[in-house]
Design a protein around this ligand. Structure first.
Ligand SMILES: N[C@@H](CCC(=O)N[C@@H](CS)C(=O)NCC(=O)O)C(=O)O
Length: 204
């Protein structure tokens, strides 16, 4: 399979998971501004909406949208099963987390990467929304366990790490959210996260 990615973007979650699982895969870097890939191809044929991630399978089918890509990886990669034949809500707890991450936490960062100019009131509103959403995330960790679904690293953790790592790019400290700060460090020190950051040119 091939992952279409942009360094440091939300596609890095799938990249971390592929490295965690140790499976064979290919990477193709996308310039989302130009709408082309590193091979010079138009990216519109892969994802008409122009954003990453996209996962292309051997048969040519393409899967987009992070929630779908990450749920697919969780069910297909070794070590990330979240389906216990319906005996508990764990699969749906994971979907609940992925939905929160995609529609709330990820979105709260969007103004910071939009390239738009904001006035002081708008900046304050963006910051208030971001802080409130990180506070909601902190509550998810307060129930204990090393990761969002307990002590096992899940696909939701890969996505959460990538989003929270963006605080480094926008100059926001996580010091006010100690559980979240420790959680990000815990994931960052995992060998697969280190490898991925290097492969995306974000670490030496
Ligand atoms: N709804 C999409 C949104 C994905 C998305 O926001 N991708 C961003 C990177 S995190 C992107 O490619 N943006 C275009 C750009 O950066 O130019 C999903 O959940 O997969």
């Amino acid at each position: 399979m091939k992952l279409f990615y942009k360094p440091g973007a939300c596609s890095m979650a799938a990249h971390i998971l592929l490295n965690e699982a140790g499976v064979d895969y290919q990477l193709e870097k996308v310039d989302t501004d130009a709408g082309t890939t590193e091979n010079g191809a138009s990216y519109a044929t892969t994802n008409p909406r122009g954003y990453v991630p996209a996962l292309e399978f051997e048969n040519g089918e393409i899967l987009t949208e992070n929630v779908a890509v990450l749920q697919w990886l969780s069910e297909q990669l070794p070590g990330f099963a979240s389906n216990d034949n319906g005996s508990s809500l764990v699969k749906f707890r994971q979907l609940e987390l992925l939905s929160f991450l995609s529609s709330e936490l990820h979105k709260a960062f969007n103004p910071y990467f939009s390239g738009k100019e904001f006035n002081a009131d708008e900046k304050a509103a963006n910051s208030k929304k971001l802080n409130a959403t990180i506070s909601q995330f902190e509550v998810l960790l307060a129930k204990g366990g090393l990761y969002l679904l307990g002590d096992s690293f899940s696909v939701a953790d890969a996505y959460a790490f990538v989003i929270l790592n963006w605080t480094n790019f926008i100059g926001v400290s996580l010091a006010d959210w100690p559980e979240t700060e420790a959680y990000v460090t815990r994931i960052q020190t995992r060998p697969a996260a280190q490898q991925t950051l290097k492969e995306e040119g974000l670490a030496a």
